[in-house]
Structures are given as C-alpha cells and as structure tokens.
Ligand binder design. Structure first.
Ligand code: FAD
Length: 226
C-alpha cells in the first residue's frame, strides 16, 4: 500500500480504527491512534486523490458476499520469480502453552476494574470455561496487575471480533470500545446505569457482577445437567 500511494503521489493513513465521510467536503476522515496511542487523530487527505487508508484487522466487519457483482477475469502470465517472496522465515516462535490469543476466540468473557481483585478473575474463568470462551480484560485490570497483557482488549491491546463479547465491570471507554465494537453481539453487566458501554452494547444488565456471574454459572450448569 505505501508503494501504491507513493506511485500515485497521494497520502496513506495506515491502521485506522474508524473511517467516516465529511458531509461538507466528501473527504475521507481517517481516525487512528497517534503519538504512542495517547491521542486519536483524525487525518484528512485534503489535496491529492485518491484517498487511501488501511484499517486495523477486525475493527470493521467484512461485507456479506454479493453474488450479483461480477468481475472481469484477466489472465496474466507470471514467472516463478514474480511469485517468489523476498521474505525469509528466520525462526518460528509459537505462543507458549498458557499464553493466549484472544483474537481468534469466538466467545470472550471480559473483566474490568469492577472485578476489584485478581482473585475474582477466577469467577470469570469458570464462566469462560463453561462457555468454551477466552478471557479478555480492560487496561485498568491489566494495569492493576490482575491479569497479563495478552488479555488486554482495546486501543493499546488486542482488537477482537468474537461472536459474543460479555463485559463485566467495564465502563466502555473509547479506548476499550475500539478493540471490541465489531463483535457480533455485546453483552454488558455494570452496576452503573449511565456507564458508556450501555450506549453501544446489544444487551445491557444493570446489576452487581458478583451476583450475576454466580447465577449465570449456576444456570448454565443446571441446564447442562437436565
Ligand atoms: C492512550 C490510552 C490508551 C488506552 N488503551 C486502552 C486499551 O487498550 N484498553 C482499555 O480497556 N483501556 C484503555 N485505556 C484506558 C481507558 O481510557 C479506561 O481507563 C479503561 O478502559 C477503564 O477500564 P474499566 O472500564 O475496567 O474501568 P472503569 O472505567 O473504572 O470502569 C469500571 C466499571 O465497573 C463498574 N463496576 C464496579 N463495580 C461493579 C460491580 N460490582 N458490578 C458491576 N459493575 C461494577 C463501574 O460502574 C464502572 O463502570 C487507554 C487509555 C489511554 C489514555
């Protein structure tokens, strides 16, 4: 992409977390974290065309395939050299056992400052195990040392797109939201009815997570038995 942008003599904003169109100018508003993630900068390509941006993986949903669209197939003769990569694999270091890759998870059970202590992540783990899900966390929980960084969801953590994201005791700050807003369904439990997460979740429950999680665990176990 940088090479194409350079050849077209235009700009490129890489790794955007949001795209929008300026209704007045029709320009593409390209938002991405800048200065080490300390601000969200909205960048416009005012003078040159085309406007080019790349998007951080999983920030946006892929469109459903449209079978009605037809493309023209152009056969190009390529030599084996054209297809050979100049990238050389020097080493392959798989994740250690116990390390997590939440970006591939279909269900994420996530905890924030509302969990109050590292021990309470055991509650989340029990629920996540029952649902065959992975554990996510807000930066507040990571910074408090309650759980390790690979679990962090958000602007300075992982961007995830599970089928189900369940947030317990997470307020829904914009830096968290950009990492999980494309999840298929977002459930939130928070004791504060004005928490921002209620503005963008699919289903929200105002209540105490310490009451709701044990009830959920009990109910799932009961249903599995019957
Ligand atoms: C440059 C920068 C980058 C950042 N990157 C990230 C990032 O990648 N990811 C990220 O998550 N954040 C990030 N942040 C931090 C972000 O701004 C928020 O501070 C953070 O997400 C807050 O985490 P939280 O929701 O767990 O905590 P809080 O905002 O403190 O929210 C805790 C919530 O728990 C609720 N609660 C408390 N007790 C209970 C209970 N018993 N039952 C139910 N609910 C309860 C409260 O009502 C509250 O809404 C970043 C910030 C900056 C400046």
């Amino acid at each position: 992409m940088p090479r194409i942008a350079k050849n077209l003599n235009t700009g490129l904003t890489a790794d955007c977390t949001e795209l929008a169109i300026d209704p007045e100018t029709g320009g593409l508003l390209q938002t991405r974290p800048a200065f080490g993630g300390n601000i969200l900068a909205t960048i416009v390509c005012a003078d040159t065309r085309p406007q080019m941006a790349t998007v951080r993986p999983r920030v946006m949903k892929a469109l459903e395939p449209d079978e009605n669209r037809k493309g023209e197939i152009e056969i190009i003769d390529l030599t084996p050299e054209d297809l050979s990569s100049r990238t050389e694999v020097l080493e392959f270091n798989p994740l250690d056992e116990g390390e997590v890759d939440i970006t591939e998870a279909e269900i994420i059970v996530s905890g924030g400052r509302g969990l109050k202590s590292p021990e309470n992540f055991a509650l989340l783990e029990e629920l996540a195990d029952l649902l065959d899900g992975s554990i996510g966390a807000s930066r507040a929980a990571i910074d408090a040392g309650w759980i390790s960084y690979p679990h962090q969801v958000g602007q300075t953590g992982k961007t995830v797109q599970p089928k189900t994201y369940i947030a317990f005791g997470i307020s829904g700050a914009v830096q968290h939201r950009v990492g999980m807003q494309s999840s298929d369904r977002i459930f939130a439990v928070n004791k504060d009815a004005t928490a921002p997460i209620f503005e963008f979740c699919n289903e929200g429950y105002v209540g105490d997570l310490f009451e709701i999680i044990p009830l959920l665990i009990k109910e799932i176990k009961r249903r599995r038995k019957s």
